[in-house]
Write a protein that binds this ligand. Structure first.
Ligand code: HEC
Ligand code: HEC
Ligand code: HEC
Ligand code: HEC
Ligand code: HEC
Length: 389
């Protein structure tokens, strides 16, 4: 039975206006989608039991620390068909799934073969418990700064974890609370992060990293809708030995000293980023060509082929130097925007060897004509043989 009363057009107009007004008011009073939302029971369980059955998202039996319904993997690497798994009003961003679209960090499913051209350890970071250890690497940390000093102590291909002492997210030092993440989810700050002093207000819980977080982790993306990374105009000397060498140990544990994402990668792979600190380390004795390793945190020259990279390509990201921008932008400014590790690599895993964003061995043929499959040409615009300058 339809109980609706007939309303006069005027009354209807007033009601519609009222509804619109109420919605606007509600939207306005909601905080900018920050931190996590919804009922505690979406994510927590008091006894890990409901009608005697487990409350874990993946139906596994063990109860988890923090009274949570999953571990990092149980929530973020569910291995389903969605990149964003709804939980109440919130979404859990997935780092292992089979959906066509990958989030900005990449997808561990390429390592296991759940997605892509077949299983391979070389396609990404092999996380203990999620993917196998990287059997090709032994116990090495490629590019590890002061390898001989750190070899027996710190992170390597057999012990890398999501977070904590041997991991990437959160407080990366002994004594950092539950896997270094504790407190970060409830205090999570979204959007522009330019004064990180704890994991919660660091870019993607990466201690000390600055940046502008895209609100759907780049599930939707375009040249003007993306994360913005923070970079430096030229790299500095990184290490542990003092003097003009800058240390990666700070109040946040192991952290990026200047807030850039490339320095953050360099807290483990320092040799691929630092200005030379001894005879064979780093990118070279200074930040000018010739280099001995590809530079990062270095501005694109204003002259020559580099100046022709002028519209942001989400598959070849660059960083903004000076300040974290308020909004993401399609513009590229050579002379101020910088090449970063993320220009060529993703963070978790990709379908290509060495966690690269494109098929380096197969696609990057010099003088290949108009070739958009190889990201090297996005900056080295003259090397595909097209008359560009
Ligand atoms: C969308 C998922 C989600 C919801 C909803 C949620 N939590 Fe949490 N909570 C987490 C995660 C993940 C952690 C552990 C990681 C961390 O501390 O960042 C956590 C940690 C905690 C902690 C320990 C760390 C801290 O921040 O104090 C407490 C206490 C807590 N939650 C209480 C609650 C209560 C009470 C509610 C409901 C009002 C709630 N949570 C709702 C996901 C959630
Ligand atoms: C109970 C489920 C749950 C668990 C367990 C959990 N997370 Fe999350 N995580 C979430 C949700 C929900 C969000 C989205 C928060 C939001 O909307 O800002 C999130 C967001 C994140 C983000 C992105 C933060 C950002 O700035 O966008 C990172 C990184 C992350 N989690 C890492 C971890 C790590 C590492 C662990 C294990 C130590 C973990 N999470 C455990 C539910 C969980
Ligand atoms: C906590 C230390 C740590 C941090 C931080 C870290 N890595 Fe790694 N990375 C490792 C270890 C250990 C390996 C070797 C084992 C493996 O491949 O899983 C590795 C391997 C790699 C590989 C080779 C993958 C392969 O299998 O061939 C690439 C590329 C890479 N890292 C890039 C990065 C980038 C880019 C960043 C920053 C976003 C980064 N790493 C941050 C520890 C780290
Ligand atoms: C985001 C932009 C960017 C991308 C992508 C990029 N490069 Fe570069 N490349 C640079 C910059 C900037 C320099 C340094 C220019 C300078 O200051 O002389 C450079 C320098 C070089 C040099 C010269 C080193 C020297 O000693 O002068 C080579 C070789 C090179 N890149 C190869 C590659 C290859 C191969 C790829 C793809 C795997 C690639 N680059 C991808 C920006 C980029
Ligand atoms: C210009 C593109 C480019 C940039 C920028 C770049 N890489 Fe790479 N990286 C590559 C390529 C290509 C390879 C494959 C091996 C090679 O050609 O040397 C590679 C390989 C690696 C490896 C595996 C080395 C091994 O021994 O297997 C690691 C680790 C790595 N990169 C980390 C980083 C880190 C960390 C940064 C930033 C500090 C970075 N890369 C910046 C293109 C790049």
């Amino acid at each position: 039975m339809n109980k609706a009363k007939k309303l006069s057009p005027a009354t209807r107009r007033v009601s519609i206006n009222l509804i619109v007004f109420t919605c606007l008011l509600l939207l306005w009073s909601l905080p900018a989608l920050a931190a996590i939302q919804g009922s505690c029971s979406n994510c927590h369980t008091m006894h890990n039991s409901q009608n005697g059955a487990s409350m874990n998202f993946d139906d596994s039996i063990p109860a988890n620390e923090g009274l949570l319904r999953g571990t990092c993997f149980g929530c973020h690497a569910q291995g389903g068909t969605q990149a964003l798994v709804p939980v109440g009003a919130d979404n859990i961003p997935q780092v292992m799934h089979s959906e066509g679209t990958d989030l900005a960090g990449g997808n561990f499913a390429f390592i296991t073969g759940m997605k892509g051209s077949g299983a391979s350890n070389g396609k990404g970071h092999n996380i203990v418990g999620l993917t196998e250890t990287d059997s090709e690497m032994g116990t090495i940390l490629p590019g590890g700064i002061q390898q001989s000093f750190h070899e027996s102590l710190i992170v390597n291909s057999t012990n890398l974890t999501c977070a904590g002492t041997n991991g990437c997210h959160g407080y990366r030092y002994a004594g950092g609370g539950r896997e270094g993440i504790e407190g970060a989810h409830h205090a999570n700050v979204d959007g522009k992060l330019d004064a990180p002093d704890k994991p919660a207000n660091s870019y993607r819980f990466l201690s000390g990293v600055k940046g502008l977080e895209d609100d759907d982790w780049q599930y939707t993306r375009s040249s003007s809708d993306h994360n913005e990374y923070f970079g430096m105009t030229e790299p500095v000397k990184l290490g542990c030995s003092g003097g003009d060498i800058i240390s990666c140990h700070g109040s946040l544990g192991i952290q990026t000293p200047d807030g850039t994402i490339s320095q953050y990668c360099a807290t483990c792979h320092g040799n691929f980023h630092t200005i030379q600190t001894d005879r064979s380390s780093g990118i070279g004795p200074n930040a000018s060509s010739p280099f001995i390793r590809h530079p990062t945190d270095l501005v694109l020259p204003t002259t020559g082929e580099y100046s022709l990279y002028d519209t942001y390509d989400v598959n070849v990201p660059i960083a903004r130097t000076g300040a974290v921008p308020d909004t993401s932008s399609a513009a590229i400014s050579s002379g101020s925007d910088a090449v970063i590790c993320m220009s060529c690599h993703a963070a978790h895993a990709t379908n290509y060897d060495d966690m690269l964003r494109w098929d380096y061995a197969g696609e990057c043929n010099v003088n290949a004509g108009t070739n958009t499959a190889c990201g090297c040409f996005t900056c080295h615009t003259a090397k595909d043989g097209e008359p560009t300058q």
